[in-house]
Write a protein that binds this ligand. Sequence first.
Ligand code: PMP
Length: 360
Amino acid sequence: TRLTRADLDSLPAYVPGRSLADLTRELGIAEAIKLASNEVPYGPLPGVPEAVAEAMRTAHRYPDMGVVALRDALAARYGVSADRVVTGCGSVALAEILVKATCLPGDEIVYSWRSFEAYPIISAGSGATSIKVPNTAGHGHDLPAMADAITDRTRLVIVCNPNNPTGTAVRRAELERFLAEVPSDVLVVIDEAYREMVTDPEVPDALATYADRPNVVVLRTMSKAWGLAGLRMGFLVAQPEVAATIRKVVTPFSTSLVAQAAALAALEQEAEVTRRCALVVAERERVTEALRKLHVAVPDSQANFVWLPLGDRSAPFGAVCEGRGVIVRPFQPEGVRVTIGTPEENDAFLAAAELALDQQ
Ligand code: PMP
């Protein structure tokens, strides 16, 4: 007898980056460097640990289920009404809830591929069918092909902008053309996990520009620029009716007491977030140039990571980096994604990369 769904057997599991402690122990070195999960390397923002400590005083109580204070703060910051904001246990949980709220088994979800590896997992969880539209030769979304892939069964389309793991971003004109083509009964999710790192003025801020459209939902996270990956806090902005439905199916109390307190404290530190993102962006440009000098065709990145399209050399490249104490994220046989760290961490990666490429 089987107790779980047979269709989940073939689902690939989410593979997180290797743990720092693990590799540090294996190599017997002072400390390995992790450039595998797109975190910003500068620690929690000032005031956040204190806010968490304060929140702990009432940790025996449930958090505010309505997340009122935090939703108000997010609404004020992003210029929307609070009834349009839903928070969750990371934006990945909200993406999953969006699938749940839109798709019945057999319904279709269209997204670019390769993109964020959680998309196939959350789609399959609802029994929805993933329609993966191959990236362009330049490693970006092929929006015309994505529009063509929409059928009567399509309930959801995901645009990951900038795209994880390739760092590429779609621009205003092509995104607007695409949005005009999507039928009004299909929900478009624009996942802007890396928005704070975007510097190309032609890449639109979807939260500021498109969130008022009836069938658009914008996903944001506080895991990256805002430094709260370990606390799990993401949010979405949707139309009030869509937001109300999503709130109904969201897991009760899934934005924890500490996540709410930390996010409120982090929002007070936007100047510091901007400063940190500028450091990351400067390093992104430096690392991109250095890799191109090593003859790696790195596409322009608008995020806090770069993509090395190394094909079937990806896994061996990752292994050499690990041997030098640098954890990167190979996606064999397509490429390797490397998160931008501190200048010293990036130097260690570039030295490992040079060695790895020499050996190939
Ligand atoms: N969307 C994209 C594109 C991502 O890369 C990630 C994190 N890797 C997420 C969403 C999820 O972020 P979180 O759940 O930490 O908010």
